[in-house]
Every structure is written in C-alpha cells, then in structure tokens.
Ligand binder design. Structure first.
Ligand SMILES: [Fe+2]
Ligand SMILES: [Fe+2]
Length: 276
C-alpha cells in the first residue's frame, strides 16, 4: 500500500510554503482544504467562461455588421478557450471534467429581472451568466461591465498561490482586456449619439447593479479562507470599489449616469465570482 502523508503534516508543509512566498505546483502539495477551495474557485471560473461563450453565440448572427460578426465570433472563441484552459486545470486537481460537462446545460438562460443570489441550475457559474443577452446594447454593456468586473476579480488569480492557474491566467487576462476595450469603444460611440444614448443608459441601469452584485459580501468569512490560502489577495468589497471607481470615471467621460447601487445583504452571495 502506498504511503500517504497524514493530512496534518500536509497542511503544515503547505502553510510553510505559502509563508515563504512559494507557489503550489501540483496536487501532491495540496492539503484537502486547499484542493477543495481551489477547485471551487476554478470551477466557478470555468463554468462562467463557458456559459458566457454560449450566451454570446446568437450575436454572431445578430451583430450590426460583418466586422462585428467577426469580433463576436472571436470573443466566443476566446471564452471557449478560457473555459478549456480552466477545465484542463480542473482535470489536474482530479475533477472528472468529461462527466461534469455532459451533465450540465451551459446554454440555459432564465427569464428573470432579478435573481438575487439564486442559482438557476446545478452548475457553478456566477449567476449573472443566467441572464439572457437580448439586445446589442446588452452585449455591449456585458463587455463594459462584466468583462471589466471579471478583470478586477481575476487580477488576484494572476499572482495567486497555485502556479498553473497563474500561468493560465496570463493569456486569459490579455484577451479579457480586448473584450473590455471592445465594450468601451462601443459604449463611447453609442453614448455620444443622441439616437442611442437613452437606450444605452437603460442597458447600463440593468447590467451595472448585476455586476456590482458579483463580488460577494464585504468581510465574508469565505474570502478570509481564500486569502489565508493565497488564492485571493483582497476583500470582496475592495475589488468591487476598484471596479466602481473605474466605471465612474468612464461614465463621466462618456456622459452616462452611474446607476444607483446599494449593498443588499439578502441579495449578495457570500461568494464572489470570478469570470467572463
Ligand atoms: Fe473569459
Ligand atoms: Fe470576456
């Protein structure tokens, strides 16, 4: 029988490694708690990337012109690639990805104005990905708000304690920045044109609060666990404020009003999300 290191010793070694600022490279170096928390975070990202891609698909056909058809197709391909990168990492920590993939419907969307923190199915996507993208304005506001929110969220993963995740994030992060730039260019154009300004504002009113809700509760106990394991660096609310500040500056530049948002504890999950 193979010798298995007692869990207590594994935990101690892991803690010492993290204290020295070293990164975890493989499953054999993980405690059970580390593996569980890491799996959970990576699964939320993987499912969100994939569900995000599927939600964009109709906009390959419905985009305003041929240039945008290619842009949207490129974004869909990027998101599917991000999902693939993340599911490979999940395979590396022992997840039966093939079975998981076959047992969930990632193209599911629900017709609800406000889901709160409810999940509409058993997959682990962040719940903003259950809302349908119904107009081109929705698509642009998704790039403007959600890709930006995801970027802020993922900044911590770029230099987290799990080296393979950091490596995967490098390319993902660059592509997300391009999605965001796409959203910013369109937001500026639509905001400055009188014919589209009001409808864009309405789309922002819809997607901004939904994005503000993805970051999770302030001082969440779960966030403290993530930080202790080097899987996150900041409190949920710090990340949210960084996002809100950036949106505020852009809205001033483009002549848009930042929608109201209040933290409603009942509506906010303990968990932040990661990705889009
Ligand atoms: Fe992505
Ligand atoms: Fe994206």
């Amino acid at each position: 029988m193979a010798h298995r290191e007692p869990e207590r010793i594994k935990e101690e070694k892991l803690r010492e490694k993290l204290e020295r600022g070293e990164k975890i490279e493989s499953l054999s170096q993980m405690s059970e708690q580390y593996r569980e928390q890491l799996t959970h975070l990576m699964m939320m990202q993987a499912d969100s990337e994939l569900a995000g891609a599927f939600g964009y698909v109709p906009w390959i056909m419905k985009s305003p012109d041929i240039k945008e058809t290619l842009q949207v197709a490129q974004i869909v391909k990027d998101e599917v690639r991000h999902a693939r990168v993340m599911y490979r990492l999940l395979e590396g920590v022992g997840v039966d990805v093939d079975r998981y993939y076959k047992s969930h419907n990632f193209s599911l969307r629900v017709d609800a104005a406000d889901l709160g923190t409810l999940r509409a199915a058993a997959d682990q996507r962040v719940n903003i990905f259950y809302y349908p993208i119904e107009t081109w304005y929705d698509f642009i506001m998704f790039n403007f708000c959600m890709d930006r929110g995801a970027g802020h969220q993922l900044e911590d993963a770029l230099d987290c304690s799990y080296k393979p995740w950091c490596d995967g994030m490098e390319g993902i992060f660059k592509e997300e920045a391009m999605h965001m730039a796409h959203g910013d260019q369109w937001t500026e154009t639509l905001a400055k044109d009188e014919a589209s300004h009001d409808e864009l504002q309405r789309a922002l009113d819809k997607w901004y609060p939904r994005t503000m809700n993805i970051f999770g509760r302030k001082d969440s106990p779960r966030n403290k666990v993530y930080r202790a394991l080097g899987l996150k660096k900041r409190d949920n609310d710090q990340v949210r404020q960084a996002f809100a500040k950036e949106i505020g500056g852009l809205c001033r530049r483009f002549g848009l009003r930042v929608p109201d948002w209040k933290p409603e504890a009942s509506k906010m999950s303990e968990e932040p999300f990661i990705p889009g």
